[in-house]
Design a protein around this ligand. Sequence first.
Ligand code: ZN
Length: 74
Amino acid sequence: MSIEDRAKRLDVKKDYETQKRVAFTVKDKERKTKHSVFYSKDKKEWFCDCKWYATRFNSTKRHCAHVTAAKNRS
Ligand SMILES: [Zn+2]
């Protein structure tokens, strides 16, 4: 399944928005996982606390499904 397809199956809830950042909680009902996604308005960068993001983003420059889901709905 592509990241885009996985992103469509995730639940995105916007937690709060400040002048500097937007925060989301992204839930995967099938895998029973929950991740925090942030968007930094200063740096124009997305961040997720999942393992994929911590280990793979630097080499692939591809966002995880959680960030993709938050992006689609923001
Ligand atoms: Zn993620």
